[in-house]
Design a protein around this ligand. Structure first.
Ligand SMILES: C[S@@+](CC[C@H](N)C(=O)[O-])C[C@H]1O[C@@H](n2cnc3c(N)ncnc32)[C@H](O)[C@@H]1O
Length: 228
């Protein structure tokens, strides 16, 4: 069901992200990639990469001697990602490949950093997805997760709930012409996702150490970082 939604939304996904977040998603993604500690020439994996925004930001950090692998389950989303990678002249630096976050096709200790942005909320087994990120990250490398969360402040939460349950589905559906209900599903899935502290515990549970999180934009998103 989730994959059908992303296939339907793929063509207008980037435009919708920018309109619905007032462009702030670029800042969140830049901030998240800044937490990876990746160095020039490093090797990174972006899981649930979709249209490859985070993979592209990682490639810019790593430079021409490094490499980024962008993995996603959805061919339509990944196709848009591939086109963007080519457009930015990063074809030699980024490989876009189909794959499942819950059973990654890479060996243990392969990547200096592993990222996931707005992706783990959609997987069937959250613990399995983080275990996989942990497995493929090299010792000393970092796993970084950027995800929506629920603002702690009541006033911000009230305004945010109003926005995400009324305006967001209406505007998102209008722009994408979607008939699958993805823009109703998205705010609903945010409510069902673990709050930042339980998510931190989950990352510790799969093996990451020194896990911390940073809340941005009044707690609308949280970035979790753990070291292998
Ligand atoms: C909301 S989009 C996020 C895309 C991108 N990371 C971004 O920040 O713009 C979620 C993506 O997760 C992908 N996805 C969902 N479940 C997945 C899984 N089990 N394995 C890999 N990708 C998955 C979807 O296909 C979709 O492209």
């Amino acid at each position: 069901m989730v994959q059908r939604m992303f296939s339907s939304a793929a063509q207008q996904y980037d435009l919708n992200n920018t309109v619905l977040s007032f462009g702030i998603h670029h800042y969140w993604k830049r901030y998240a990639t800044g937490q990876t500690g990746i160095k020039e020439g490093g090797k990174a994996l972006d899981v649930c990469s979709g249209t490859a925004d985070i993979a592209i930001l990682m490639a810019k950090r790593i430079g021409p001697s490094g490499h980024v692998t962008a993995v996603d389950l959805n061919p339509e989303m990944l196709e848009i990602g591939k086109q963007k990678v080519q457009k930015y002249g990063l074809g030699g630096l980024i490989s876009c490949t189909l794959g499942n976050a819950e059973s990654l096709q890479f060996g243990e200790n392969t990547f200096d950093a592993t990222t996931v942005g707005f992706g783990v909320r959609n997987v069937n087994n959250l613990e399995r997805a983080f275990s996989e990120m942990y497995r493929v990250t090299r010792p000393g490398g970092r796993g970084v997760c950027l995800e929506f969360t629920q603002p702690a402040n009541r006033i911000i939460k009230f305004l945010y709930d109003f926005y995400s349950f009324t305006l967001l589905p209406a505007v998102g559906t209008l722009i994408s012409g979607d008939r699958t209900g993805i823009y109703e599903y998205l705010p609903d899935s945010i409510r069902k996702f673990p709050p930042p502290e339980p998510l931190r515990q989950l990352m510790l549970g799969v093996g990451f150490s020194e896990v911390y999180y940073v809340s941005l934009s009044g707690g609308i998103v949280a970035i979790h970082v753990g070291i292998k």
